[in-house]
Write a protein that binds this ligand. Structure first.
Ligand code: SF4
Length: 177
């Protein structure tokens, strides 16, 4: 992947959420709007559907583990810790992957927990993907975190760029109507 953002000072403990990692990769405009408290998500049917899938899947698991700025769908503990993120479709799978990579990174870098991996769960299509953090992905994440800092500090949102995803985005009317 190529992420074009200028380098900044050394990265501190990140305070971003997994949702911001996801939005950075999906759309910087969406990232800016969300990060600057322009929230339209609660009225979105798609978001409501995602919430329903999350709440009705894996009923035996403890849901929504909050650790500082990150909220993990659920965690399984065995020989190692496995982070689970539940999604409804694979359409934005790279953004989904980096959201999970960020949770793994956060537990490793910020909390010092070494034996961590991740799983992306797609219960509606009965698929799951196992994810581990490599050095290359760690470098990508650090570029993403710097990129998020740059976007959220902008005085106004980056101009929207139309993409097929826009029609499903809660900010569609904000950007295009
Ligand atoms: S409608 Fe499109 S351009 Fe606007 S925030 Fe959503 S994804 Fe980005």
């Amino acid at each position: 992947m190529s992420i074009e953002f200028s380098s900044m000072t050394d990265l501190k403990a990140p305070s971003f959420t997994g949702t911001q990692i996801n939005y950075f990769l999906v759309c910087p405009t969406k990232l800016w709007l969300f990060s600057n408290n322009v929230t339209m998500e609660s009225s979105s049917d798609l978001v409501g559907m995602g919430r329903f899938i999350h709440e009705s899947s894996y009923p035996r698991e403890r849901k929504n583990v909050i650790i500082n700025s990150i909220g993990i769908d659920f965690i399984k503990k065995g020989d190692r810790i496995t982070i689970h993120e539940v999604k409804k479709s694979k359409k934005l799978e790279e953004a989904h992957r980096y959201q999970v990579y960020y949770y793994i990174y956060y537990l490793q870098e910020v909390l010092g927990i070494r034996d961590v991996d991740g799983v992306l769960d797609y219960p509606t299509i009965r698929k799951r993907e196992h994810l581990t953090l490599t050095d290359e992905i760690r470098e990508d994440l650090e570029r993403i975190l710097r990129g998020i800092e740059e976007v959220v500090r902008l005085p106004q949102p980056p101009p929207p760029v139309k993409k097929t995803y826009c029609k499903k985005c809660a900010y569609y009317e904000f950007c295009w109507v």
